[in-house]
Ligand binder design. Structure first.
Ligand code: C5P
Length: 235
């Protein structure tokens, strides 16, 4: 049974349950961009991201990736393992876009010669500033052992997702992962959705992700729906 709310983020709420080892994650329709400066809602986003995340987590588990996902509960909620979130956001990039394209003066769409890993300190007040391993260890955000596991899982998730999305005609440009501690292990947590990934149609390079909201491109809900359709084949 659902108990008190533990945490409310920009796109999700996390609740305690009767089982101290499990949380319930509720996906909201609220959307923010540019460190919360742009606010809005995307109709049915919570429902779509709940399904899309569940689909990715189940697929990754089949490939041997440990995740917090337990099961879908209803349209907007999933049951997850009660992890302690590690406050390091991990960004994986295959193609230059967004902040990387801007920071390094690369044309959006430039392929990377190999995947790029970036780390950000998870802090709404600070706007998730980019950090490196020195910061992570100096601030005690994660141990060296944990970072080895995190980087290994992040790169494996990237390879699995790229291959999985190819036949679905989706290019995986970049994405953000979060990890949590659970019973002495580090496992994948948070969500994997068009809110946290850049997905491009492989033929037209049409954006099928939150950039449609960030850049006022329109048809945001339709793009999220299209991603779910390509993942599940319309089921
Ligand atoms: O904005 P930027 O180009 O750094 O984002 C890289 C990737 O990480 C994008 O897919 C974006 O959706 C995701 N991201 C996120 N949450 C953040 C920052 C970035 O999901 N706080």
């Amino acid at each position: 049974m659902k108990r008190e709310m533990k945490y409310e983020g920009k796109a999700k709420r996390v609740y305690a349950t009767d089982d101290s080892d499990k949380y319930i994650v509720e996906f909201k329709d609220d959307a923010t961009a540019f460190d919360g400066k742009k606010k809005g809602t995307i109709h049915d986003k919570g429902i779509l991201n709940n399904r899309i995340s569940a689909h990715f987590f189940e697929m990754l588990e089949k490939h041997g990736i440990p995740t917090h996902f337990e099961k879908l509960l209803n349209d907007r909620e999933m049951l997850v393992k009660a992890v302690e979130i590690i406050p390091v956001e991990v960004i994986v990039r295959n193609i230059a876009a967004g902040s990387l394209a801007k920071r390094l003066g690369l044309e959006e769409g430039t392929p990377m010669k190999r995947p790029v890993l970036e780390f950000c300190y998870k802090s709404d007040e600070l706007g998730d500033p980019m950090i490196n391993h020195y910061h992570i260890y100096a601030l005690g955000l994660a141990s060296e052992e944990e970072m080895k596991v995190i980087e290994d899982i992040a790169l494996k998730v990237n390879s699995i997702l790229v291959e999985y999305l190819k036949p679905r005609n989706i290019e995986l440009v970049d994405f953000k992962l979060e990890f949590g501690r659970y019973k002495g292990r580090v496992i994948l947590a948070d969500e994997i959705s068009p809110d946290t990934c850049r997905f491009w149609d492989a033929d037209t390079r049409e954006k099928l992700d939150k950039d449609r909201f960030r850049r006022d491109l329109g048809n945001v809900e339709e793009a999220y729906r299209e991603v779910l359709k390509r993942l599940t084949g319309g089921n």
